[in-house]
Design a binder for this molecule. Sequence first.
Ligand code: 13P
Length: 286
Amino acid sequence: MLATLALAPHALLSQPLAVGRHAVPGQTRSAVLMAERTPLIAGNWKMNTDLASAVELAKAVADASAKATDVDVAVCVPAPFLIPVKEAIKDSKVGVGAQDCYFEDAGAYTGEISTSMLKSVGTDYVVTGHSERRAIFGDDDEAVNKKTLKVLAEGLKAILCIGELKEERESGETFNVCDTQLTKGLAGVSAEQMADVVIAYEPVWAIGTGLTATPAMAQETHAYIRSWFVDNYSQEVADKVVIQYGGSVKADNVDELMACPDIDGALVGGASLQADGFSRIINFEK
Ligand code: 13P
C-alpha cells in the first residue's frame, strides 16, 4: 500500500497503486483501438527560449516530424513566439499550441490572452490546467473548466492537464484526484466536444524532477482515466480520447511508456527544448 508516507521518492516509483473497481486492462493494445487513436507528442516549452532559439527549435521539430509516421506532433510555445513558430513549421505536420488562455472574450484583463486572439494567430491547441498554473498562479478547477469550455467554443483543441501531488499519491488519493479534476474540469463538455479534448496525465511529483512514473504506474492511472470516460461519457468516447503521459519523459524512457496500451502520447517539458532528444521522442519505437 502507498499509505506509507515515509516512502522515499524512488520507492514511490516501484509501488503500484491499489486498483479499485476498475481492472487494469492487459498490455496489448487492440488493432481497432490503435487505429482510432493517433498518439500526440507535444512539447511544452514553458517559459523558455527567445525568438531566435524558438524559431530554430521549431524548424528542427518540423524536420524531425517529417519521418515520424502515425503520430501527431505539437509544440506549445510562449505566446510571443506563436506567430514566428507557426511560420517556421508551416510546411510540416507540427501543430502549434499556447500554454494557457483567459476565459473572457475581451476587455480590461491586463496581461491576459483570449482564445480569439490565439485563434487569430493560427493556434491549434491550448493547454489548460497545467499543474504549474494551478500551483503558482492559482488556477482552480472552476477556472480550468471555464478555460477549457472557452477553448472548445472557439474551435480550438484543449490539452487538459490533471495529476496528483506526491502526498496525494502516497495517501492513495491518485484516482480520487483524477476523478475530481476530470469531473470539474470537463463540466459542461459534451461527448461531441470531447473530440477536441486531449487529456494529459501529469503526476506533479514527476514534473521536472527526473522521477518518472514507471510504465506500470502510468498505465494503471491511464486505464483508470479511460474507465472514467466509460462511466461518465461512453465507451466510444473512452476508446477515442487521447491520454498523454507527462512528467520527465525523455528519449530513453519514451519507448516503454508508449508501449503501454492506454498511453497515447506525451506532454514533454524539459526534453522538448533539446532538438535531438525531442526528435527521438517523436520517433518513438512503434
Ligand atoms: P518535464 O518533462 O520537464 O518533467 O515537464 C512535464 C510537463 O510539465 C509538461 O507539461
